[in-house]
Design a protein around this ligand. Sequence first.
Ligand code: CP
Ligand code: NVA
Length: 305
Amino acid sequence: MKHLLNITDLTVDEIKLVLELSHRDPASLGRPLAGSDGTPKGAALIFEKPSNRTRHSMEIAVVQLGGHPIYTRGEEVGFDSREPVEDIARIMSGYHGLIAARVFKHDVVKRLAEASSIPVVNMLSDESHPLQGLADALTMVQEFGSLDGKTVAYVGDYNNVARSLGEVCVMLGAHYRLACPSGYEATDAELSRIAALGNGSINQSNDPKLAVVGAHAVHTDTWVSMGQEAEKTERLQIFGSYAVTTDLMSKADAKAIFMHCLPAYRGYEVAADVIDGSASRVIQQGHNRLHASRGVLAYLLGVTK
Ligand code: CP
Ligand code: NVA
């Protein structure tokens, strides 16, 4: 049984296959979420946090693969409050072809996967956002042809998005440069773990200019992730000098692109003239959430060519 809890649940070859499947016409993938009589199988999409891109792209991807999405708010199933995570996984395994969840605690998606007899997909946890990492890779591969040898900068909070992006970049041969404020960085153990994942490299500093100089892609994300709202005032102060501005972008490669998983907060992590300017690929990146989700779901459901 294959699950997608982190990018590292896939090998380098599997990521490349998923990106290839993501580029393909949906009709060429067959209907792996349809039963043998053509009846759609269910896909449980459970959200403990809000979503625009992930909900819509996953619902459409499920339909394109022949299935029937069922959206559920976290409080309706009540992980460990209404009933144990394991009971939810075992019951849903009898209704559906797939379970996907957006959770506060990564451990919940791990426990879902352990108890489930169908694929489980992490739609964002405190640890990682693998569907975003795949869409980010797809967008950069469309732009550059390949990530091999490219330099990818990430400026801001070392969070779920930064972790999945780093994993996929290093696995696909890119040089990943982080610039995060002190106290919001990757640990040395984390840097070593990611460095060992593939042919790319990873390094970190507290200086956005150092990360961005000569980079082919510059990424950022919100300074206040879902669940961190109580830290907002403190975080906005600490991250103030980590904004991606036109001045910072001018240090990057002359053809550098700007990327952000969205939702974005203009005037905070990114200046409006960067995210709304010609270097920005955020809309293509958001649209690629659909293509990457369809590609990886097809793969988890057994499509390999
Ligand atoms: N990027 C992303 O996951 O967006 P949503 O929170 O809107 O799903
Ligand atoms: N890091 C952000 C990503 C939102 C898509 C969060 O977890 O809220």
